[in-house]
Design a protein around this ligand. Structure first.
Ligand code: GLN
Length: 579
């Protein structure tokens, strides 16, 4: 065989191979970013998904994070934003939370991909002789593994459409192999794969007009990877005018009606509505050649009603969030607690209330305890009375812990609604042990392993793991069941007695102290089905309007149109306090 014939034959095999691992009828929308990061690729992907879902199509979504980390679990939230935990325990990017919330679906680890994950699999396969003696190369083997995962996610969800968000910005070295995978898919199935580019159009203050040039460059850079965008989402401070749409159309080589204006909005929940004003779902269906229904009017009505509440300026409730991931790293403060913020919104909107959150740094409450409180701290604590409710979210390590304990004591004694999430529940138990049971050195092993009263101790199953320093993906993660006790706040909030919630922790309430804590009035209203793990702690409502903590993270299950029952109960208590 001539070298040319040989090359043709292997090219033929390659096309066949890619085709064989793709299911034909499933369609794929790749979302990529141009010019700068942080302009809302995740929300765009979620919104695209929602407008297509409302046309009766079955959607799933994938997030590709180009870093080497196997998952987001080992990263500091100030660097990466919130770690969003999936039902199966995968510790992922906050965009996965956006997909779940907008699309009202549950995703699993197949929907999340990092460079580290892809390389690890390829290397393991190589060690297992799965490449049958071939030289394993970066191209095509890495992109082929990426394609295989994308296809599996589509199949797993029986999806009509898979939205795949490629993290990072066009032109970065990091995401090149993922773009290569996308290009290969497009080559094999030109009609089933499309590209949406989310780009940014700056309006420099001194120039005073919106500039298209950076976007033109970004599209050319994408072209250099062999990819032409089908739709361009033009992000900017303001709407894109006709002149700029024409420019982008001409210089970026795309019909003018495929350039979509996406100005800044006050609420992310307006974005799907804005997209539909530009008839985006119709255009997507046309390009993808999928038969779809008309947008579901009933579903839109519900969404519009929900989205409208974000603009409701009256009926404010003031909530203090006391935390510590406040230093600005790569990500902004609110990113570290994204799911909690959204969960608060859903439960507030459902009661026609607008939540206003104030971020309080736990270290501002931590100079001394009890009678030795410094004047400064006492003053800060006193100001907490101005809030309708206080939340202490999840966290790790010892910084800010003493401040948290002072805040909880104040909330308990002054009957301010308090909601503790994970670490916030563990703190609540420690505070109770110190100030009600009189165990002055009560603590968690995470903070002081030498304390005599470790009311929060390391879980038995975690001891070996910690000895081996094997931190990645090794906490108690994902969905576990719990049984609720009758006649409690928790049982009153949920409609069912058996619940399933998502977890992420290594420590637990020490069983040795449960009897004593309960004898002094703290109720463990939610427990694991075997009764060993304490999942919810609360004070009876006649003692305190809402003093409740969960070992799990309820925020991961809150959805726009189905708010989380515990957040709803908390917000109700905040509304009552305000009255
Ligand atoms: N640091 C605590 C633990 O590991 C709480 C974790 C959290 O808040 N997610 O148990």
């Amino acid at each position: 065989m001539t070298p040319r014939a040989k090359a043709q034959k292997s090219f033929g095999f390659f096309i066949l191979f890619v085709k064989s691992i793709m299911k034909k009828q499933t369609k794929y929308i790749f979302v990529v970013g141009g010019v700068i990061s942080g302009v809302g690729k995740g929300i765009t992907s979620s919104s695209l998904g929602l407008i297509l879902k409302n046309r009766g199509l079955k959607l799933t979504a994938i997030k590709i994070d180009p870093y080497i980390n196997i998952d987001a679990g080992t990263m500091n939230p100030t660097e990466h934003g919130e770690v969003f935990v999936l039902k199966d325990g995968d510790e992922t990017d906050q965009d996965m939370g956006n997909y779940e919330r907008f699309l009202d679906i549950n995703l699993t680890r197949i929907n999340y991909m990092t460079t580290g994950r892809v390389y690890k699999t390829v290397i393991e396969k190589e060690r297992n002789l799965e490449y049958k003696g071939k030289c394993v190369e970066v191209v095509p083997h890495i992109p082929l593994e990426v394609i295989k995962r994308i296809k599996e996610a589509g199949k797993d969800a029986k999806a009509d459409i898979v939205v795949i968000e490629i993290g990072g910005t066009i032109g970065e070295y990091q995401n090149m192999l993922f773009l290569e995978a996308a290009r290969m898919m497009k080559l094999s199935f030109p009609k089933d794969v499309i590209f949406v580019m989310v780009s940014y159009l700056p309006t420099p203050r001194k120039v005073g007009e919106m500039k298209t040039k950076p976007t033109q460059h970004a599209v050319r850079t994408l072209n250099a990877s062999g990819i032409q965008p089908d739709i361009l989402i033009a992000r900017g401070d303001v709407n894109l005018d006709k002149k700029r749409k024409e420019k982008i159309s001409l210089f970026c080589n795309m019909p003018i009606d495929r350039v979509i204006s996406a100005p800044d909005v006050d609420s992310i929940y307006d974005i799907p509505l804005n997209f539909e004003k530009e008839k985006l779902s119709e255009k997507l269906c046309e390009i993808l050649d999928v038969a779809s229904k008309k947008p579901n009017a009933k579903a839109w009505k519900k969404w519009k009603k929900f989205a409208k509440y974000a603009h409701n300026g009256e009926n404010i409730i003031k909530i203090a969030m006391v935390g510590k991931y406040f230093e600005t790293g790569d990500f902004i403060l609110s990113d570290s607690y994204l799911s909690i913020i959204e969960a608060i919104k859903y439960s507030s909107y459902a009661q026609n209330k607008k939540p206003v959150l104030t971020w309080l740094n736990s270290t501002d409450y931590s100079a001394g305890t009890g009678s030795s409180l410094s004047k400064e701290v006492a003053k800060n604590l006193g100001k907490l009375k101005n809030y309708d409710g206080i939340i202490i979210p999840g966290g790790f390590g010892s910084r800010g812990v003493e401040g948290n304990l002072n805040v909880i004591k104040f909330a308990r004694e002054n009957k301010i609604p308090y909601f503790g999430l994970c670490y916030g529940m563990q703190m609540m138990v420690i505070e109770y042990a110190r100030n009600v049971l009189g165990l002055k050195d009560a603590n968690t092993k995470e903070v002081n392993p030498n304390s005599k009263n470790l009311v929060i101790d390391v879980m038995e199953s975690q001891k070996e793991i910690l000895k081996k320093n094997s931190y990645g993906g090794s906490m108690r993660l994902g969905e576990y069941k719990a049984i609720l006790r009758d006649n409690t706040i928790a049982r009153g909030a949920y409609t069912q007695k058996e619940i399933a919630e998502r977890h992420r922790h290594r420590y637990e309430v020490n069983p040795a102290f449960i009897g004593e804590l309960e004898a002094k009035g703290l109720i463990f209203s939610g427990r694991s089905p075997d009764g060993h793990l304490m999942e919810i702690a609360e004070l009876p409502q006649k003692k305190h309007p809402f003093f409740l903590g969960t070992q799990f993270h309820p925020e991961f299950l809150a959805r726009p149109l189905s708010p989380h029952p515990l957040f709803t109960a908390f917000i109700k208590a905040c509304v009552n306090k305000k009255k």
